[in-house]
Write a protein that binds this ligand. Structure first.
Ligand SMILES: Nc1ncnc2c1ncn2[C@@H]1O[C@H](COP(=O)(O)OP(=O)(O)O)[C@@H](O)[C@H]1O
Ligand SMILES: Cc1ncc(COP(=O)(O)O)c(N)n1
Length: 268
């Protein structure tokens, strides 16, 4: 069985972070492993508290996996500070892991900061050069490129700028776009642009969409898909998870991680 490791924060509410990643790996039949960077007290209403781990604790968790089990893909989510980013980058380098998906998580939907402002430079300097693909939403791409992204041309320019930071592929997600009918993700491979379109679902239950999407991309890379196939499957996975709505909590509820597998089984 192929394996995937998520290096991310714990979401007590189960919709985002480590919990979303492990559920997604399981649904896509990849063995899930984790290194926890921070524990959050969180629910559908927001983040009530953040307790970061030490960089040493994060490095040791990764080392335990690197020294014994190994992995076919790595996904990073909430990394919180520069020390943790340096430790994570050092370990990824040490074990020469190649299928590295970086979801540059910065701010939770409720507004809480999941990455310290001064850590953005560390993300660019240490982690992006090791990434197979980075999956920013529009606000995150704006912070990383220091440009405003409004038009399709802006998205393409931002993707090119991100590639210059050393990452091999970029997908700029369209969840935060103005388009009322479609949610369009743009993939740039360094040579070609591809768009992945889906019907925009009118819902407040989008907690963990970015985590779930990037975990699905990592799972597909672990199974041997190329970048285009992995992003395409990731998009299908998140679309099914948003569409087949759950009703959990009073705020921004989680998506339905089991929907994609049920739909796939129906099609067979
Ligand atoms: N309302 C929606 N309807 C359909 N797809 C969506 C919706 N919101 C987000 N998505 C999709 O979910 C994924 C995560 O997007 P986004 O919300 O931009 O990321 P993040 O959760 O990191 O802010 C993308 O593939 C995006 O196209
Ligand atoms: C621990 C943790 N990690 C990440 C997110 C971002 O969630 P989203 O995928 O909705 O941007 C979150 N709310 N909590």
């Amino acid at each position: 069985m192929k394996k995937a490791l998520t290096i991310a924060g714990s979401d007590s509410g189960g919709g985002a972070g480590i919990q979303a990643d492990i559920k997604t790996f399981q649904e896509l039949e990849v063995f899930g492993m984790s290194a926890i960077t921070a524990v959050t007290a969180q629910n559908t209403l927001g983040v009530q508290a953040v307790y970061p781990m030490t960089a040493e604790a994060v490095a040791n968790q990764i080392e335990s996996i690197g020294e014994d089990m190994g992995t076919d893909a790595v996904k990073t989510g909430m990394l919180f500070n520069a020390e943790i980013i340096e430790a994570v980058s050092g370990k990824i380098k040490q074990y020469q892991w190649g299928n590295v998906v970086v979801d540059p998580v910065m701010i939770a939907k409720g507004g809480a900061s999941l990455l310290q402002n001064e850590a953005v430079y560390a993300l660019k300097k240490y982690l992006l050069p090791l990434a197979m693909i980075i999956t920013p939403n529009i606000p995150e791409a704006e912070v990383l490129t220091e440009m405003r992204i409004q038009t399709d041309e802006d998205k393409k320019e931002a993707a090119k700028k991100l590639l210059e930071l050393g990452v091999k592929n970029v997908v700029i997600k369209g969840g935060h776009d103005e388009d009322p009918s479609e949610s369009i993700d743009l993939l740039y491979t360094g040579t070609d642009f591809f768009t992945f379109r889906s019907r925009r679902i009118n819902t407040k239950n989008t907690h963990g969409t970015g985590c779930t999407f990037s975990a699905a991309v990592a799972a597909e890379l672990a199974k041997g898909s190329n970048i285009h196939e992995a992003v395409s499957k990731g998009k299908d996975f998140i679309q099914a998870a948003i569409e087949d709505q759950l009703s959990i909590g009073r705020g921004h509820g989680p998506t339905n991680h089991g929907a994609y597998r049920r739909l796939s089984a129906l099609k067979e």
